[in-house]
Design a protein around this ligand. Structure first.
Ligand SMILES: CC(C)(COP(=O)(O)OP(=O)(O)OC[C@H]1O[C@@H](n2cnc3c(N)ncnc32)[C@H](O)[C@@H]1OP(=O)(O)O)[C@@H](O)C(=O)NCCC(=O)NCCS
Length: 149
């Protein structure tokens, strides 16, 4: 397994992973993110199995997205890319990482909690959900993570 930066030439592969996600970002969003953000992918040989997007503003990192390919969930790839991505980004000197996650996304919330993220609050009705809206849970972790100190 290895983690590497993604660029615009990986857009089609990113779209193939994104399209199977429950709430896909879509081509416009990934295209912009691959151009402007720090996008990292987890490779198993020639296969891209998970993708992520981080932004950095001063010393605050934001995890904007993390998606594991369809059929590859529950094998540790999400955790591997989250930890490897945070470690990769550590060279740029962030002191914390923040993120927002759908309240109903118990898998992602469990993953984030398991590596040291705490829940800081709720953003009411933040995400569209069918005909209604869904709350966002705001989470953060100090960097570097405890396990690297
Ligand atoms: C969230 C996501 C990235 C997790 O990736 P994954 O590779 O399936 O997760 P991992 O196998 O690395 O598991 C890591 C942790 O997630 C949690 N988890 C994984 N599968 C779970 C399940 N079915 N139920 C509850 N928690 C689960 C556990 O805490 C697990 O840790 P453990 O194995 O020590 O118990 C993946 O499910 C995904 O791509 N979801 C769709 C996109 C998305 O919602 N991204 C988050 C945007 S904020």
């Amino acid at each position: 397994m290895n983690i590497d930066l993604l660029s615009h030439r990986h857009l089609a592969r990113c779209m193939a992973i994104d399209e199977a996600a429950p709430f896909p970002w879509g081509k416009t969003h990934w295209s912009r993110s691959l151009r402007d953000d720090h996008c990292l992918g987890l490779w198993r040989g020639a296969d891209l199995v998970a993708i992520s997007a981080f932004t950095l503003v001063f010393d605050e990192l934001s995890l904007m997205n993390l998606v594991v390919a369809s059929g590859e969930g529950g094998r540790g790839y999400g955790r591997a890319l989250l930890l490897g991505g945070l470690e990769w980004m550590q060279q740029l000197g962030p002191s914390r990482c923040i993120l927002e996650v759908r309240e109903s996304n118990v898998v992602a919330r469990g993953l984030y909690r398991s590596v040291g993220f705490g829940e800081d609050g709720i953003r009411k009705n933040y995400y569209p959900l069918g005909a209604g809206r869904e709350d966002a849970v705001l989470m953060s972790a100090p960097l570097p993570l405890d396990e690297w100190k």
